[in-house]
Each structure stands twice: as structure tokens, then as C-alpha cells.
Design a protein around this ligand. Structure first.
Ligand code: GLC
Length: 558
């Protein structure tokens, strides 16, 4: 048996106001729940979800154990990228309701201790934003320098070789002024020029506008791409091509520039004025890069998302163990994320066809019992699966239209929330903007509430444990049984007690040793808190027979 002990790191974050008795800020113990507003609940039955719909489901979220909702962009937008192309940062898109509806949502949330986090699209606006409309009107327009305009290298040649993540060149020629503008995403999403102090000021003011309305923080969209090399140096071209036939590139000159951190610090200073939290969409390849986003003085993002697990292929206990150890060793408060609106749903990614629900429970137990803040994605708690478009004509997401059939787009993970087994899964009376999968007949809130073995019932019990067991909130992390490549075993220890978590990440029964002495428990008392076993455990064990993809959680006392 090998042992790795990683203590809960001292946290400078806890110096700030709004901390609990243990010195934790509210967001450290919070469970965040991401809502894609088009798809959550449709109150006016037009086929698209809305804010009143979200408000009507706050009791459900409260009972589930959610402390904060992150709503993906609900601001006025031409919806080219379904809200990630904002044409006015300080209003609500009429499709989702009114500012009054928003205020009501915040107030109703407050009554239930559910905070509201908005999604701030910091890298770019819509091409329909008044800033861009002015910017493109002439070379001398007031807002010209709010975006990135450059001459081409020559006739028909963009300024450099940078590629848009959603297409070919990241430059679009505007015939009126004969210059190109830069867009890392769609051409309808021109990049803001954060080097211009007026842009920075305007954007910081946007955050103040919402903080004053009671917003508890922001999820910052696409922060990696905020700055570009002002000399527009070509990115190094790497060997090979991507699946669309584009040259592979090292995006050295338009991604993760050091200046990004200056912007993060400024956004953080403003957030601190209001005791708010910043969550980052931080795609990183390793823990070192992730560490940078906390800031060398803990003065950047409190919650940079660790999205690295979403890239793991298959389920390997060893791979998870190593990653968790590296994150803990880095010393910050972790934010493990396993799914969101841009990636195939976790249920579908891990499903093996035979143990789908068990795997969903196992993954839930993993990220909800580790140290750190938790972020869920709507529908994950009921085992929602991807429902990808069947033909190009069905696709809504422009990425899917551009890349079909190699890339089907992100519609599949954005389908309507499945509330019950009636028509349209109870989301709307009207035809929903995206079709619900057939699995809605079994995987829906109403039916799963009644079934004690459902994914939802498991989530509810797990979240209740997470909120009540001090060791799950504040405990350190001790990795056990490291020689077993199929099973992840750890204890979370806090003041003489601990929670033991055993996760079988394989399709075979695994016998797991119960020796907790390396974690300081020689003859412990054990109380089983939650399992996902199908058969009841009987008798005493020296070795615990873990069913395929099962979860065992117990409380340990001396
Ligand atoms: C982020 C969002 C994604 C969006 C992109 C451009 O990655 O999560 O949905 O398309 O930014 O704003």
C-alpha cells in the first residue's frame, strides 16, 4: 500500500470578507449549476427557454443542493453563437424576458440562498454591437481602435496566418475601409482591443452594472484569447493538419499572452469591491498553466476551471489519481469540471452501453467528493445524454453547419431539460428549438424523483452529504490503494474523522482493501453513507467487493 498525503492548502482567498467560521468564502463550499437558458424551462411556450422559466425551477434547484446558478449569456444578441455574440452587455434579450424578470430571478434566488452568476463574453462582441457598428464606419471613428483593424499583407492577403477556431482565416476584410478586422471566433464576433484603456474601462463598468443589480460573480468567457501580439507575428506552423485539413498551429502569438493576467487582476479588483467571484473558462494543458490563472498573489481568478479531465480518454483510475495529486500539490482551491455546453455530455462520453447510469453516478461521486468548488451542467443530474443532429439540415450551431459531417456542432449537449415524460419532456408546449432525445422517457426529473436508484436520487443524496459532512468540505485528501489501476480510493480527513471514497472505474468486480492505517485510522469505526451497489452488502469484509463502476462512501471515526 502506498500513501500520498496532501494537506488542504492555506488560502489567501479566505482573507476576504464574507468568509464562514472555517475561513472559507461562500464560493468555496458552493455547488454551481450551469444553465443554458434557451434549454432549461420555457415559461411562455415559444420553444425557447427564458428567465421566468428558470425562476420557476428554483425550488427544484434548492432541493437538489445548488447554491449558485451560472446562466450562459442572456443579453441581447443576434444569436449567431447563441448568445456568445453580445450586442448589448447591459440589457436582457427580449427572447429571455425583461430586466424586471431578471431582478425577480435574483430576488427569488436570494430568498433561497441561490446566487446568480452571469456569463461575461470579454474577448469579443457581436458585429451588431453599437461599438463595432461605429468602429467599422470609418478609419477615424470614435470606436475604431476598440477592435483590431489592420491592412492586409497584399491584395487578398490577410495581415497574418492566424486561424479562427471556428473557420479559416481569423481576419475578415471590410470593403468599406479596405482593412481587415480580427475575430478569433465567428466573423460576427469581432475581438475587442483590450490594449485600448477605453475598452478596459467600458468592460469593467459592465461588471459594476451587474454587481449593483445583485449578481454574485461572472464566468469569464474565452479569457485565453483576450490579447494578441501587437506585431501580428505569424504563428509557427506545426507538422500535420487538423481534421478539417487546416495546418496545425502553435497559437503562440494570439493565445495566453502575459497581458491576459493584467486584465484578470483588474477584473478581480473590481469583483473584490463587491465580494464577487470570478470563474474562468480556462482551457489549459497542464496544472502549471492553470496555476497561472489564480495569479501569483491569488489576485486573479478565484475559480479558474480545471477542464483537463474532459480530455481524458476512457476511465483510468491512475490518470485521475495523478491529476488530482498534481492539482493538490499546486496548492490552490480546485474547480474540477467534467462537462459543459461546449463538449459532449459526460453521460455520453463515458457510457459503455451496459453500465451507463452506474458510470454517471461514479463520475458524480468523483467530482463531488474531491476538494474544491463544484460546477454541474444542467441535466447531468438526471443522466441526460447527447442528442446530436441526424442531418446537416437539422443543425443549429454554426460549427456543425461549417464542419458537417466531421463536426456535428454542439447542439447535442444543449437539448431541452427533461422535466417529465410527457411531450417535449415537459420543457415547452411548443416545439422546442432542439429535439429532446428518446431517453427522456426514462431519464427525466419527475420519474427519477420517484425512483430511489435513479441517477437523480443518487445526486440528491450525494449533494446532501457534500453539504453536511465537514470532511467533504474542508478535509484534506489522502490517496490510498495506489497500486490498484482500476480503483480510485481516497479519504478526506477532518478533525479526527474522515470520509472514505472508493470508486471502481472498471467494468469488472474489484476487491478493495480496507486498511486505513496509512491514513491514521488503525481500528476505525465505519458507517456506510452511500453506495451505488445493486446488491446489498452482507456480512463482514476484509476486502470490499466493488461492483462494476460502483461507488462506496463511508464515514470513518477512530
Ligand atoms: C466559449 C463558449 C462557447 C462560445 C465561445 C465563443 O468557448 O463557452 O460556447 O462559442 O466561447 O464565445
Amino acid at each position: 500500500m502506498t500513501l500520498a498525503v496532501l494537506r488542504a492548502a492555506p488560502r489567501a482567498e479566505s482573507q476576504q470578507k464574507g468568509v464562514d467560521a472555517q475561513g472559507h468564502a461562500w464560493w468555496q463550499h458552493a455547488v454551481f449549476y450551469e444553465i443554458y437558458p434557451r434549454s432549461f424551462a420555457d415559461s411562455n411556450n415559444d420553444g425557447v427557454g427564458d428567465l421566468k422559466g428558470i425562476t420557476s425551477k428554483l425550488d427544484y434547484l434548492k432541493e437538489l443542493g445548488v447554491n449558485a446558478i451560472w446562466i450562459t449569456p442572456c443579453f441581447p444578441s443576434p444569436q449567431v453563437d447563441f448568445g456568445y455574440d453580445v450586442s448589448d452587455y447591459e440589457a436582457i434579450d427580449p427572447m429571455y424576458g425583461t430586466m424586471e424578470d431578471f431582478d425577480k430571478l435574483v430576488a427569488e434566488g436570494k430568498q433561497r440562498d441561490i446566487r446568480v452568476i452571469l456569463d461575461f463574453v470579454v474577448n469579443h462582441t457581436s458585429d451588431q454591437h453599437k461599438w463595432f457598428i461605429d468602429s467599422k464606419s470609418s478609419k477615424t471613428a470614435e470606436h475604431r481602435d476598440w477592435y483590431i483593424w489592420r491592412d492586409g499583407k497584399g491584395p487578398g492577403q490577410p495581415p497574418n496566418n492566424w486561424l479562427s477556431t471556428f473557420g479559416l482565416s481569423a481576419w475578415k476584410l471590410d470593403p468599406k475601409t479596405g482593412q481587415y478586422y480580427y475575430h478569433y471566433f465567428y466573423p460576427e464576433q469581432p475581438d475587442l482591443n483590450w490594449r485600448n484603456p477605453a475598452v478596459e474601462k467600458a468592460m469593467l463598468d459592465v461588471t459594476r452594472f451587474w454587481y449593483k443589480r445583485g449578481v454574485a460573480g461572472f464566468r469569464l468567457d474565452a479569457v485565453d484569447t483576450l490579447y494578441e501580439d501587437p506585431n501580428l507575428t505569424d504563428n509557427p506552423v506545426l507538422p500535420g493538419k487538423d481534421k478539417f485539413g487546416r495546418p496545425n498551429m502553435n497559437e503562440k502569438y494570439n493565445k495566453k499572452l502575459p497581458e491576459v493576467h493584467d486584465a484578470m487582476r483588474k477584473l478581480r479588483t473590481t469583483a473584490d469591491e463587491y465580494g464577487s467571484v470570478l470563474i474562468g473558462e480556462t482551457w489549459t494543458s497542464n496544472v502549471e498553466q492553470l496555476k497561472d490563472y489564480y495569479g501569483t498573489k491569488n489576485d486573479e481568478l478565484q475559480m479558474p476551471m480545471d477542464l483537463m479531465m474532459t480530455g481524458f480518454k476512457g476511465l483510468s483510475a491512475d490518470e485521475y489519481r495523478k491529476h488530482i495529486a498534481a492539482v493538490n500539490a499546486a496548492g490552490h482551491w480546485p474547480v474540477y469540471v467534467i462537462t459543459n455546453h461546449d463538449i459532449v455530455r459526460s453521460y455520453t462520453r463515458y457510457a459503455d452501453g451496459a453500465h451507463n447510469d452506474d458510470i454517471a453516478k461514479m463520475m458524480a461521486a468523483l467530482y463531488l467528493t474531491l476538494r474544491g468548488s463544484a460546477i454541474m451542467y444542467y441535466g447531468e443530474e438526471i443522466g441526460m445524454e447527447n442528442n446530436d443532429p441526424k442531418s446537416k439540415d437539422d443543425v443549429q450551431d454554426p460549427i456543425g453547419k461549417l464542419g458537417w459531417p466531421l463536426e456535428k456542432g454542439r447542439d447535442g449537449e444543449r437539448t431541452p431539460m427533461q422535466w417529465n415524460h410527457t411531450a417535449n419532456a415537459g420543457f415547452s408546449v411548443a416545439k422546442p428549438w432542439l429535439p429532446v432525445p428518446t431517453s427522456a422517457s426514462t431519464h427525466n426529473v419527475a420519474d427519477e424523483m420517484k425512483d430511489p436508484d435513479s441517477v437523480l436520487s443518487f445526486y440528491r443524496k450525494l449533494l446532501a452529504l457534500r453539504h453536511t459532512e465537514a470532511a467533504l468540505l474542508d478535509g484534506d485528501y489522502v490517496s490510498l490503494n495506489e497500486e490498484n489501476p482500476n480503483v480510485l480510493t481516497y479519504v478526506r480527513r477532518y478533525k479526527g474523522e474522515a470520509i472514505l471514497v472508493i470508486l471502481n472505474m472498471s467494468a469488472a468486480v474489484q476487491k478493495v482493501r480496507f486498511d486505513l492505517s496509512p491514513a491514521g485510522f488503525v481500528e476505525p469505526k465505519m458507517e456506510v453513507l452511500l453506495t451505488s451497489f445493486h446488491k446489498q452488502l452482507k456480512g463482514m469484509f476484509m476486502e470490499l467487493p466493488m461492483e462494476p463502476y460502483s461507488v462506496f462512501i463511508a464515514k470513518i471515526t477512530k
